[in-house]
Design a protein. Structure first.
Length: 129
């Protein structure tokens, strides 16, 4: 059962995020990630220790006010529209990517379809030239 305001026709059910370094563009060696379960309103942070034996999992349940904000921001239409922004306009969203790290994401829809993408500063700079 979904939370109030969640609509599977408008929102993804989950969004998984992880930062990737220049030397690890797929984030395979990254030890942490965040999953936003928009259907249930649960935010989960995963952190695997350096020895790769233990993983700490922290969950929090978003309040209705926080979910309302997430629901207004993370609509399938808004995400698709953002993906289509030309490089020059996208440059204003580039803060935080100056160290050549990237943000890899997986978008999971209610029907089980998965799409993925990446945001990083190098792509934005190339698009602007």
């Amino acid at each position: 059962m979904g939370r109030i305001g969640y609509d599977h026709k408008i929102h993804p059910s989950q969004l998984q995020l992880r930062c990737c370094s220049f030397h690890d563009p797929q984030g395979i060696q990254n030890r942490s990630s965040v999953t936003l379960n928009l259907k249930e309103g649960i935010i989960t942070n995963y952190y695997t220790e350096e020895n790769r034996i233990n993983t700490k999992i922290r969950e929090c349940i978003a309040s209705d006010d926080n979910l309302a904000e997430l629901y207004s921001f993370f609509t399938l239409d808004a995400i698709e529209k953002f993906e289509k922004i030309p490089g020059k306009e996208l440059e204003s969203y580039a803060t935080g990517y100056y160290d050549l790290s990237s943000l890899r994401y997986f978008l999971i829809r209610e029907n089980g379809s998965i799409s993925d993408g990446v945001r990083h500063y190098a792509e934005i700079k190339e698009d602007c030239q």
